[in-house]
Structure formats: structure tokens, C-alpha cells
Design a protein around this ligand. Structure first.
Ligand code: ADP
Ligand code: MG
Length: 186
């Protein structure tokens, strides 16, 4: 069994070596699965991410102004979530990740209908491998976030039967790859 550090490095290498044309096509296919899902169409406020290190690119979705989109800023060990729409300014934040301005309106957990979670890998149980910061584990361990639907976003090559997990790892409810949207049985 690979440990998390090796797996992360191996899967990131594979992802970053994807030809741009494949990355674009797979990202567009993920967006289509999402726009066809009631999880999305029934939502109003959706938390997402700006593609970093060849994460699946969801940016075409952000132009749909039927939704209110929120994006994270890493502040110490936590994320704060802010409203952002195309045309609003961004900064480069911690880890080199694009983020909304600190003066953009804050989104509180009770306003959120759906969370799109970037993943280095996911497994068939919903467990997630991130970059190693534990940001989403810390967030999803809090009661105010626990009942909000989540969709892990991952390319199919990194959707694996079983990842190594630790006591603090929080599973996601649903997973979307370029091939399919896997909904939780609930
Ligand atoms: P990732 O989920 O980003 O792949 P890990 O699962 O390896 O990263 O977690 C990284 C760190 O985050 C761990 O050292 C762990 O101690 C910390 N962490 C995760 N969840 C919590 C939590 N609920 N409270 C405090 N620390 C946490
Ligand atoms: Mg984790």
C-alpha cells in the first residue's frame, strides 16, 4: 500500500502531465455532469475553487449567474469563503492559489447549498486525498458544515478503490469524474 505522500506525488505528476487538450475535454465533461445534476440545479449558493496545478477547471460554470459562487481564502489553518463573479478581482494567496479579495462578501455555512471539493484523489468510499494541508478535513469536521452536500471533483485516473486514511479524514458524499457523477445512496 502506498502512503499518502507517495500517492500524492505520483498522482500529481500524472495530472500535471495531462496534455492540455485532454485536460480541457475532461474538465468540460465534468462541468456537463454537474450542470445536468439536480444537486447543482437545486442549489443557489455553491462553494467552488479556482483550478490550481491542473485541477479540473470548473470556470465555465461560474458565468451562470443563477448561482451565487463562493471561493476560499486560506487564512492561517482555516478557509474563509467569499462571493466572487467573473470580472471581480483576485489575489494570489497562500500556496500560490488564486483567491477572492479579502473585502469580498463573506459566505456563512448556513447560506451554502453545495460544496465542490478539489481532490488529488478520491476513493470509492468518498475518502479524499488533498495537498496535505488538511483544510477540507478541518472544515468538514465542524458541525455547521457537516450536513451540506459535497461533490469531490477528480479525474477518473485518480478515482481509486481505496485510499490510505487517517482518523481525521472526512469522506465526501458524491464524486464527479469526466465519466460519471457518483451519487451517495442517501
Ligand atoms: P489532506 O486531507 O489535505 O490530504 P491530511 O489528511 O494528510 O491532508 O491532513 C493534514 C493535516 O491536517 C494532518 O496533519 C492533520 O493533523 C490535520 N487535520 C486534519 N483534520 C484536522 C482537524 N479536524 N483538526 C485539526 N487538525 C486536522
Ligand atoms: Mg485528509
Amino acid at each position: 500500500m502506498y502512503d499518502k505522500v507517495q500517492l500524492r506525488s505520483c498522482l500529481l505528476q500524472t495530472r500535471m502531465a495531462l496534455p492540455v487538450i485532454e485536460w480541457r475535454q475532461k474538465s468540460d465533461d465534468i462541468c456537463s455532469h454537474l450542470t445536468n445534476s439536480q444537486l447543482l440545479t437545486n442549489a443557489k449558493t455553491i462553494l467552488a475553487y479556482f483550478s490550481f496545478r491542473t485541477e479540473p477547471d470548473l470556470s465555465s460554470l461560474f458565468y451562470d449567474s443563477n448561482y451565487r459562487w463562493g471561493f476560499p481564502r486560506c487564512v492561517g489553518k482555516t478557509m474563509s469563503w467569499h462571493v466572487w463573479k467573473p470580472g471581480d478581482s483576485t489575489n494570489t494567496g497562500a500556496y500560490g492559489i488564486t483567491e477572492p479579495n479579502s473585502d469580498a462578501s463573506i459566505i456563512e455555512p448556513n447560506e451554502v447549498d453545495l460544496i465542490l471539493v478539489p481532490c488529488v484523489a478520491c476513493d470509492h468510499r468518498g475518502y479524499r486525498l488533498g495537498y496535505g494541508g488538511g483544510y477540507y478535513d478541518r472544515m468538514l469536521s465542524k458541525t455547521e458544515w457537516q450536513s451540506i452536500p459535497t461533490i469531490g471533483i477528480v479525474f477518473e485516473f485518480a478515482y481509486l478503490p481505496q485510499l490510505p486514511i487517517e482518523s481525521w479524514d472526512k469522506p465526501l458524499q458524491n464524486i464527479c469524474t469526466e465519466n460519471k457523477l457518483v451519487l451517495s445512496a442517501e
